[in-house]
Write a protein that binds this ligand. Sequence first.
Ligand code: NDP
Ligand code: 2IT
Length: 444
Amino acid sequence: MKYIDAVLEKTIKINPGEPEFHQAVREVLKSLEPVIQNHPEYERAGLLERLLEPERQVIFRVPWLDDQNRVQINRGFRVQFSSAIGPYKGGLRFHPTVNLGIIKFLAFEQIFKNSLTGLPIGGGKGGSDFNPRDKSDAEIMRFCQSFMTELYRHIGADTDVPAGDIGVGAREIGYLYGQYKRIRNAYEGALTGKGLSYGGSLARKEATGYGLIYFVDEMIKSKGKSFENSTVSISGSGNVAIYALEKARQLGAKVVAMSDSNGYIYDPEGIDFETVRKLKETDRERISEYVRVHAKAEYHPGSTGIWSIPCHIALPCATQNELNREAAETLVKNGCFAVGEGANMPSTPEAVEVFMQHGVLFAPGKAANAGGVAVSALEMSQNSIRASWSFEEVDSKLQDIMKNIYLNASEAARQYGLGDNLAAGANIAGFKKVADAMLAQGVV
Ligand code: NDP
Ligand code: 2IT
């Protein structure tokens, strides 16, 4: 379609050197074709052009002193992409691969994801090329304090509410929040994923992983399948992967493989949740240490090898583009019938194509991993009314939200004659609410 092609071409031209951002935009725009065709008013309102230009992009210097008193400099980012339906909301990523294009792709995806939750949150994302691995606790604290000393002026409970993502967990959020509160002299919910003793929500830590399993469960139930007695592989072994492991096991699945950026473990007897949780959350160890505790398990160097392990359900929960065409073909060959993306954009476009061609049920990240940000929004509500809800209360709201996202995405796919294509359905359902809000609010 001419309008979409022109917008895509311009986006690539004015944002050079940002392949992940181009990839995310291309995927969304492609699936919006039937919607744009039905709504010529969107083109008249320049809606796509506006949606693709972040409202604000902040890049800043983060100077800090390491334990040897040497000066270190990192780059900080916050991309405030869309506030059409609520304050900017989305995580912070600390990883050496972070650059503006990565943060833009994540912030762009977040717009649709947050819309799908049905809660009033806009899209944003931030982070730094800082590598928290092998840093001392004191170094992490000094870095977080320096990062927040600039970031604080751009965020706030009603403006922009960051949270965690890769490399940013409970420890980092604690240091970030401490510095925010100190500078602002205000005790307000300007971050989510906070500790339970200072305004955090029960079940936020578990939310992304649990939500992923709730979503995939809905999706496979619609085809008469279940987690019970299924074999599952989960890439990564961070926050999302750990709680996907716990919930998948609770639903009767056997999780046989997990990974980190160095390699993967295979445990034919089923990976033990408590061992992984303690290794990663308490001891901050590598996943290879698992085989010391479980003698029948194997460790293999090289993280992508995880997709060669036969499984019924594959859950990529590490990072973008970690699952390519070759891996997808291997999964299909080995009998994989469902893929649920816990990470953001973990499957390459070619891998998704392989899944579609072979009728593999595919749960796209922006729908399937929305449980984390959804419970973040519930944390914001609790902070506003100065209340805290029980674990069961939050978990039951999370289950309802994931079920609704599944229903809305599959209904949108059906409505536009796209069959079981939940990726397109999620894009359409997420887009519509944002587009209507943008139309109503005029040219802003
Ligand atoms: P964590 O930092 O807790 O864990 C990340 C895991 O992924 C680690 O095991 C890490 O291994 C692995 N990993 C990271 N980068 C790479 C890489 N380049 N190659 C191979 N493995 C890698 O992050 P989260 O669990 O929070 O996030 C995982 C994914 O889920 C990300 O895509 C994130 O955007 C997404 N997500 C997170 C949400 C949340 O609430 N936390 C919500 C929704 C999505 P290593 O230790 O070796 O680096
Ligand atoms: O990608 C994501 O949705 C997150 N990292 C969580 C964002 C949030 O604000 O909880």
